[in-house]
Ligand binder design. Structure first.
Ligand code: 0XT
Length: 307
């Protein structure tokens, strides 16, 4: 029976990954539900074979009284902003003055909220909000309900990952539709709705909000022998995280500007809100040379779209 339960777990996680991470459903909802029902039934009968990474454990138990505080071992910095081409060219000049020739990675800046995810030996053990950058709130139970968040990685690594939790526009529209029917106050935008959902003390409510998450940073990348940000993102893919596919390596600031132009136009075609583009120096050795201020890294900048 233990083997049967383990097989079911693997099977369900495989379909979960295909559906929520790759957006390529591999079985019908009905078949998926049937597998889940079978797993829950067997785990009910043989609780000794229930494991923390089982898909049945995604929607936690009882609501919390309050959130525990979490101190980030590495502070969660914020990004300095650029509002026009001049700001971006100044950034590029400063970077090149310091490190010489440079490659950038450009990413969409998802309009959600930054979270930190800790895994030990491949198992998700804790998730926290950014808070004030040093101290955040433990929202592990709520983050577990996000289907694209792996409860167990494809490699048994101890890693800390940063990502952006967000509410897809479709989920946002459905949620506000429901709130309107119930005469409740509407959320102003998907970002507020995502923040409100992750601050729910009852994981069942968070689970109902259909949130999603993109991983975008490996905190202990160098310890893991990774040499660049683009390699870190590919590593996150290998581990089973959902990363944003629109990322692009740019050799010049002109390439960065055309990437920004392109996504400013294509923004409405995305199934989620973005509020800008993040530009990062790719090589970690150069990031290290550039360092950070108390508030933000000198090797990255966020270009904000005009409101
Ligand atoms: C390395 O620091 C960061 N990287 C980021 N990357 C993306 N894509 N989006 C963000 N919001 C973001 N925020 C921070 C502080």
């Amino acid at each position: 029976v233990e083997k049967q339960i383990a097989e079911l777990r693997e099977q369900i996680e495989k379909h979960n990954y295909a559906y929520y991470v790759l957006d390529q459903p591999s079985i019908s909802d009905a078949e998926y539900d049937e597998l889940m029902r079978k797993l829950m039934e067997l785990e009910e009968q043989y609780p000794q074979y229930k494991t923390p990474d089982s898909p049945s454990q995604r929607v936690g138990g009882a609501p919390l009284e309050a959130f525990r505080k979490v101190t980030h071992r590495v502070p969660m910095l914020s990004l300095s902003n650029a509002f026009n081409e001049g700001d971006l060219r100044d950034f590029d000049r400063r970077v090149r003055q310091e490190v010489g020739d440079v490659r950038y990675v450009c990413e969409l800046k998802i309009d959600g909220l930054a979270v930190s995810l800790r895994y030990e030996d491949g198992y998700f053990v804790q998730g926290a909000t950014r808070g004030d950058g040093t101290t955040g709130e433990d929202i592990t139970e709520n983050l577990k309900t996000i289907r694209s968040l792996p409860l167990r990685l494809r490699q048994q690594v101890t890693i800390e990952v940063r990502g952006e939790a967000y509410m897809p526009r479709k989920s946002f529209e459905k949620l506000n539709e429901k709130r309107k029917m119930n005469g409740e106050e509407l959320f102003a935008n998907p970002r507020n709705a995502a923040a409100g959902s992750l601050r729910q003390l009852d994981p069942k409510v968070a689970a109902s909000r259909q949130l999603d998450i993109f991983a975008y940073h490996v905190v202990n990348a160098e310890e893991l022998g990774i040499l660049s940000h683009s390699a870190a993102l590919n590593y996150l893919d290998e581990l089973g995280f959902k990363t944003n596919p629109a990322r692009q390596v740019c050799e010049t600031i002109d390439d960065v500007l055309s990437y920004i132009e392109q996504w400013h136009e294509r923004r409405a075609s995305l199934p989620y809100d973005i509020d800008g583009i993040v530009i990062k120096v790719d090589a970690f050795a150069q990031q290290k040379q550039l360092g950070a201020t108390a508030k933000s890294p000198r090797w990255a900048i966020a270009y904000k779209f005009p409101a």
